[in-house]
Ligand binder design. Structure first.
Ligand SMILES: Nc1ncnc2c1ncn2[C@@H]1O[C@H](COP(=O)(O)OP(=O)(O)OP(=O)(O)O)[C@@H](O)[C@H]1O
Length: 281
């Protein structure tokens, strides 16, 4: 469905913003794209959308090279949300719905109306007169309105309140159920991903750190918490990252052979723990 093979991007030939990134996503699965600010998430989404060109590597969508000659066929089946609204501010959802109906071969008017109701947005208010969160909701309704088989979303939950974020998760799960689409979305809101993602792809500094299923991640990364005196018997180099002060030690590890000090607590790492401690190497 979506495959990135050794994709690299640099600007002005000197600084790589992405280096040899490879991962794939199958239909019917939801993948969260995570990474610190400036790590390359938006660049990846823009490359998949063919808005910018890679310096090296290949991107395949529905088995087709995402180059210009396949652009129309591919775009027809992609629903997208960018981190900033790309539509003229004087348009409203009513007009945009009309444009989408003419642009996409599978526009579903009934479902579009349903989404507008669920997201509680106005069809008639101009985009420029709507709050940032509501502009995002408009993009989401449009992205899901035409039976796209691949949904790409760059920070769709940014600026949404917690209630709407929950609704968005429900909508994405329902959409996947309806269409068996693949959904890739970038976010800093890792607790949302715990609820919805099947796979996590972690980018840091333009490099792929991992692309794994949530189950693999849970098996592979654990958190150990103990007092500083209990930690004396630990080998700190066994940890991907850790923090300690004069009272406690907390670290991320993966090796099931490490000896756990008596009284220490071992628990599953959250996505946020994994990002945080891998960054503290
Ligand atoms: N047009 C450009 N010219 C030069 N460098 C660019 C350009 N666009 C992006 N970059 C650089 O590419 C790197 C990755 O940026 P990108 O926007 O993909 O990160 P991100 O992971 O989406 O960040 P954030 O979480 O802050 O949105 C950054 O260092 C950025 O400065």
């Amino acid at each position: 469905m979506l495959e990135l093979i050794n994709v690299s991007k640099d600007y002005f030939d000197f600084e790589f913003v992405l280096k040899n990134v490879s991962f794939s996503l199958k239909e019917g699965y939801i993948m969260g794209l995570i990474g610190p600010n400036g790590s390359g998430k938006t660049t990846i989404i823009n490359l998949i959308m063919n808005v910018i060109k890679p310096t090296g590597g290949e991107i395949k969508i529905f088995g087709l090279d995402n180059t210009l000659e396949n652009n129309v066929a591919i775009k027809d089946k992609i629903g997208f949300v960018f981190d900033k609204s790309i539509y003229p501010e004087k348009l409203n959802l009513d007009k945009l719905g009309y444009i989408y109906k003419n642009l996409y071969s599978n526009f579903d008017e009934e479902y579009f109306e349903e989404l507008i109701k669920k997201l509680k947005i106005s069809k008639l208010k101009k985009l420029g007169e709507q709050s940032k969160g509501n502009q995002m909701k408009c993009q989401i309704a449009l992205a899901l309105s035409h039976n796209a088989k691949l949904i790409l979303m760059d920070e769709p939950a940014a600026g949404l309140d917690p209630i709407v974020r929950r609704e968005l998760i429900k909508i994405l799960l329902e959409y996947r159920e309806r269409t068996n689409a693949a959904i890739l979305f970038s976010t800093h809101l890792t607790e949302d991903l715990e609820k919805v993602a099947d796979y996590i792809t972690y980018i840091n500094n333009g490099k792929l750190i991992f692309s794994k299923s949530i189950e693999e991640m849970r098996d592979e990364y654990k958190i150990l918490k103990c007092t500083i005196s209990q930690s004396k018997m630990l080998n700190e180099s066994d940890f991907f990252g850790y923090e300690k002060n004069e009272y406690y030690f907390k670290g991320l590890f993966g090796d099931s052979n490490i000896v756990i000090p008596e009284g220490a607590i071992v628990e599953n790492a959250t996505i946020q723990d994994i990002m945080y401690y891998l960054n503290r190497k």
